[in-house]
Design a protein around this ligand. Structure first.
Ligand SMILES: *Cc1c(COP(=O)(O)O)cnc(C)c1O
Length: 364
């Protein structure tokens, strides 16, 4: 039982080893390690997959967010509304550009931004809203897009955890003016290093992102704007292309495993993150709520069941951020104390899920 993996990348690799080897050796053969043919091939593939007109691969999910904010012209003094209950990168990029993150509290059941609180946080300095599709479930995108339209703001969806999810029949990464995802190895679609992508249907924004990705150049050594070194490696693009061959199957498996967890967790009368009926979660994390978290973690770990906490401290309570945030987010504060993520990946067997939930129910 001690070999339960939190995320089993090995099982996946065993399945697609041949495609990975073939894809990698093709890159080693042509030798175009930067902006090789796999980069454009992947961008086209992901653009087809999501239905978004443009896909711009970048060096990480963090860089995708940074480049997007640069593309819409975020500057010092601007305000960007986001959630405090996310990975730090969401807010970090706002601060890096001299802008101010304004944290809006979350819904207690989905842990996504509480859309009903957004309008009250808008000021004349507000330029954008960054919702996060936390744990793999899109936020209330229709409501958020409507608020943005009314107040002339741009929505950047932090879809780092939700690639492959759907909202009202549309794919994640095609639900906002700009969407950003991450190919960090443990994400639902991960490479073997760092990687990410930006999606948009807007030709001008796509052009801006492409230029910013390569030092703001419109053509070689002609720099029309300030940019970054933010390209995704050809080899990492090749890895994602290989993984795309089993991604639809993995999505189906994730939905099935998530539903099975839900059923067992509900039967055990344990509280959990809820999913809305009009969208799917890709279950980047399977997260429950427990009051006595230290005890539960210890109990599971003793039985060889790994756990993780997403996230123990809301961003507006972090040392580096708390001085720049004056608003309180009580739901995020409470939620951070009780979230607990269980092993989740597309190769998790029902028998292992049984062992995990059995471990939760045990008294030792
Ligand atoms: C992983 C993650 C990021 C950052 O992605 P990297 O590829 O690690 O830079 C940003 N936002 C969220 C919500 C994430 O989960």
């Amino acid at each position: 039982m001690s070999n339960i993996q939190f995320i089993d990348l090995k099982a996946q690799q065993d399945k697609i080893k041949k495609q990975i080897d073939e894809r990698m050796s093709r890159v080693l053969k042509h030798g175009k390690y930067i902006m090789g043919p796999e980069v454009a091939e992947l961008e086209e593939r992901l653009s087809d997959f999501t239905g978004s007109r443009h896909c711009i691969t970048v060096s990480s999910g963090t860089e995708a967010l940074l480049i997007s904010l640069m593309a819409i012209g975020i500057k010092p003094g601007d305000e960007v509304i986001t959630t405090p209950f996310t990975f730090v990168a969401t807010a970090e990029v706002i601060v890096l550009l001299g802008a101010k993150p304004v944290f809006v509290d979350i819904e207690a059941d989905t842990c996504n931004i509480d859309t009903s609180l957004i309008e009250a946080a808008i000021t004349e300095r507000t330029k954008a809203i960054i919702p996060v599709s936390l744990f793999g479930q899109p936020a209330d995108m229709d409501e958020i897009n409507a608020i943005a339209k009314k107040h002339d703001l741009i929505v950047i969806d932090d879809a780092a955890q939700s690639f492959g999810a759907e909202y009202k029949g549309k794919k994640s990464c095609n639900l906002a003016a700009i969407s950003c995802t991450s190919f960090f190895p443990s994400k639902p679609l991960g490479c073997y290093g760092d990687g990410g992508a930006i999606f948009t249907n807007d030709d001008d924004l796509a052009k801006a992102c492409r230029e910013i990705r390569v030092h703001g150049q419109s053509e070689r050594y002609v720099h029309t704007r300030i940019g970054v070194g933010g390209r995704m490696d050809t080899l990492q693009c090749a890895i994602i292309l290989a993984k795309m061959e089993c991604f639809d199957e993995e999505i189906a498996a994730r939905l099935k495993i998530g539903a099975h967890y839900n059923k067992m967790i509900d039967e055990a009368k344990i509280k959990r993150v809820r999913q809305r009926a009009d969208r799917t979660s890709i279950f980047a994390q399977y997260t429950i709520f427990v009051e006595d978290r230290d005890f539960v973690c210890k109990k599971l770990n003793q039985q060889g069941i790994p756990t993780a906490i997403h996230y123990p401290i809301p961003i507006n309570e972090q040392k580096a951020y708390k001085d720049m945030c004056n608003n309180k987010t009580p739901i995020a504060h409470q939620t951070a104390k009780k979230v607990l993520s269980l092993p989740m990946h597309p190769y998790l067997g029902e028998n292992v899920q049984g062992v995990i939930v059995g471990g939760l129910k045990s008294d030792i």
